[in-house]
Design a protein around this ligand. Structure first.
Ligand code: TXE
Length: 496
């Protein structure tokens, strides 16, 4: 068993209470490391450190070019330790080593990109119509940011928040998921500690949602909360943060439609449907969990899809050949199995999988077989609620009109896929679907350059792309009067 400490104010510390909890390998179900169980006392320590680093430390005052240089160093350190960081996440989360190799290879780009943006954050001089005034807008960092991150892509989702926040000059406290804290702690040791970031700029508090997350979200010195997780917890976080008027961004769940028209390239669409729902064992917010098939190709498509999904190799996520790994957490495993029962109870037809995978089928501790339901209608719970697992619901549609209606008839709006060879239809669908991302003839593509976030119950604000940095800045209007004072003190000084 490894023993981790947490990272506060540039030092490695235990929880003040001395309490710890264990983290598990979801492939074997065995505990492999102990993690500090932080509570309000540790949260106070971490937020105070971040606040000192913001108010009195060098980070926000440093030239943005110097900040960018440190961020490029962070990127290089990730490159250096990519393999190790990936392996830790495989062990703690059960993510495939092939997926982690891709993620850790791509993560440095966030720090290069936002590090490059640091000295391109510009205010403006505004010529208000009072010539005696010089008026300008300063862009200032919002202050201490609290990040609450989930277990499904721990390092990547922390990176999406950290990079723009640091570029803006903010300081941060991160609470990772209690199921997957280890990779972030390794990241602090191998990357942050070595990067030259001043102490207190990035801090970590490990622990549970109610005990560690809530004191962080409600702390008066936290200016902004960025959360990724489920919609129920997201709503609670939003409500708590509102009491002290914090800025909030939320990246929540989804029930994304993956829409296949009869004019698509069939084999591409089949592969896109598999990748949409079975990659990462379906544990992604952008999972294409509702497959909308045009009636005319339904039967042929289902046949090809089942044939391809059947070949998925379940097994040890640390092996390069494995294609579907374990479910990350025991509650998530139970949740997925219960939704399979719900779908069966609602009358959907299970044409593949439909339960836990045995050892002979490649399964380990928490494995669910790739599962496909046909005969689903959009009113069923299996069509409306996020399962967050390898469970696909297939819904038939007649034409474009009905596809749009079904796609949008949902509380969520995170992603959507469209498979068609018609350029006209591709643009029409992209315009009509209410989702933060629409992929045409591809699925699950993300980039640091493209905004990511949700319509409706899928969240607030956007991560990634140049606009993400706006979430960590605020504007200050400055009026310098170069003219005479005086005038009527009881009348507002309007311009014009
Ligand atoms: O997530 P939670 P859970 C969805 C998915 C999944 C469901 C529940 O459908 O089945 O959410 O998963 C912290 N105050 N997604 O329970 O609760 C918690 O400790 C402050 C979608 O694991 O949302 C963790 O760090 N923080 C998703 C983080 O919130 C609190 C990714 C996320 O946990 C808290 C994960 C509280 N009161 C699950 N309660 C996505 N969008 O990708 C919990 N937390």
């Amino acid at each position: 068993m490894l023993t981790y400490q947490t990272y506060i104010d540039g030092k490695w510390v235990d929880a003040a209470s001395g309490k710890t909890f264990q983290t598990f390998d979801p492939y074997t179900g065995e505990p492999w490391a102990s993690i500090p169980e932080c509570d309000k006392v540790d949260v106070d320590r971490a937020v105070e450190a971040a606040s000192r680093a913001f108010e009195a430390g060098p980070w926000p005052k440093m030239t943005p070019t110097a900040r960018g240089r440190i961020m490029r160093r962070i990127a290089q350190l990730i490159e250096k330790h990519a393999e190790h960081l990936g392996q830790i996440e495989v062990r703690d989360n059960g993510k495939l080593i092939s997926e982690m190799a891709a993620q850790t290879k791509y993560m440095p780009e966030w720090f290069y990109y936002y590090g490059g943006l640091a000295d391109k954050i510009q205010g403006a001089v505004v010529p208000v119509d009072r010539p005696e005034h010089f008026t300008y807008i300063l862009r200032e960092p919002v202050g201490v940011c609290a990040f609450i991150t989930p277990w499904n892509s721990p390092l990547m989702l922390a990176t999406w928040k950290m990079a723009p926040a640091l570029a803006a000059g903010c300081t941060v406290v991160i609470k990772p998921s209690e199921f997957t804290s280890a990779s972030l702690l390794e990241f602090m040791k191998l990357v942050i500690e070595e990067s030259g970031l001043p102490p207190g700029v990035v801090n970590v508090v490990t622990g549970y949602g109610a005990v560690t997350g809530e004191p962080l979200v409600t702390h008066p010195k936290v200016a902004k909360v960025a959360f990724t997780g489920g919609s129920v917890t997201g709503a609670r976080v939003n409500e708590l943060a509102a009491k002290t008027f914090k800025k909030v961004s939320l990246e929540l769940g989804g029930k994304s439609p993956n829409i296949v028209f009869d004019d698509c390239i069939l084999d591409d669409a089949v592969s896109g449907a598999v990748s949409g729902i079975f990659a990462a064992t379906g544990q992604t917010c952008i999972a294409g969990s509702r497959l909308l098939l045009q009636e005319s190709i339904h039967d042929k498509f289902v046949e090809k899809l089942v044939a391809m999904a059947k070949t998925a190799r379940l097994g040890n996520p640390a092996l390069a050949e494995t294609q579907v790994g374990p479910v990350t957490t025991p509650p998530q495993y139970q949740k997925i199995l219960s939704y399979i029962d719900i779908a069966k109870g609602e009358g959907a037809k299970c044409v593949l999988g439909g339960g836990p995978a045995t050892k002979e089928e490649g399964g380990g501790k928490y494995f669910v077989k790739p599962t496909i339901f046909t005969g689903v209608n959009n009113k069923m719970r299996i069509a409306q609620e996020e399962v967050f697992g390898p469970v696909l619901s297939i819904i038939k549609f007649k034409d474009e009109e009905e596809a749009v209606q079904i796609a949008n008839d949902i509380a969520y709006g995170l992603g959507a896929g469209v498979w068609t060879q018609s350029v006209k239809r591709a643009h029409a669908m992209a315009a009509r679907i209410k989702a933060g991302t629409v992929w045409v003839n591809t699925y699950r593509a993300v980039s640091f350059l493209m905004p990511f976030g949700g319509y409706k119950a899928s969240g607030l604000g956007r991560e990634n792309g140049a606009e993400a940095i706006e979430g960590y800045l605020q504007s200050k209007s400055v009026w310098i009067n170069n003219g005479p004072g005086g005038g009527n003190p009881f009348v507002m000084k309007t311009a014009g």
